[in-house]
Design a protein around this ligand. Sequence first.
Ligand code: FES
Length: 195
Amino acid sequence: MSKLGRRKFLSIATSVTGAVGGIFALTPFISSFQPSKRAKALGAAIKINIEKIEPGSIVKVIWKGMPVWILHRSEKMLDKIDSSIDELRDPNSELSVQPNFAKNTFRSIKPEYLVVEGVCTHLGCAPIEKFAIAPADMGPDWKGGFFCPCHGSKFDLSGRVFAGVPAPSNLRIPPHRYENETTLIIGENEEEENA
Ligand code: FES
């Protein structure tokens, strides 16, 4: 190889090494933004800004191809939450699917926000929201909740199923956590951060 050719070769080899070194240096930084193995298995997490969800309203999103609802419960709704407790099949969510942090009356991290899968636990129909108190079609004892039109299952404002309907368990609660006051992440659990 001529002197000039050798110099060119050395200079190209140095630039390639430099570029590869650059990629390696970046890798740990980039990988810190990748979902964890568990999150990947569950499906990519999604972020939702909940700031504009008014009390009493519901927002529906899709996670892993499945409807997930975020209900901002009003004070009035929260006051009614345990008013039908004696009529529920699984009031303490012993037989139902939810992360541990949602095994409470509100089935949530923050009482005012219910994050729940919009899929009936009977045969998978989509329940509809029935938030009015005692509407004609639900009867005088109805305190607000969800109704599945397929076979008549009823759920309260925490997604807890009433006894005597075909659905065997409460609506499922997906993994979720709050990144901050206004950002909800669906697809990652609070517990996951410490796992
Ligand atoms: S699918 Fe909801 S009651 Fe049957």
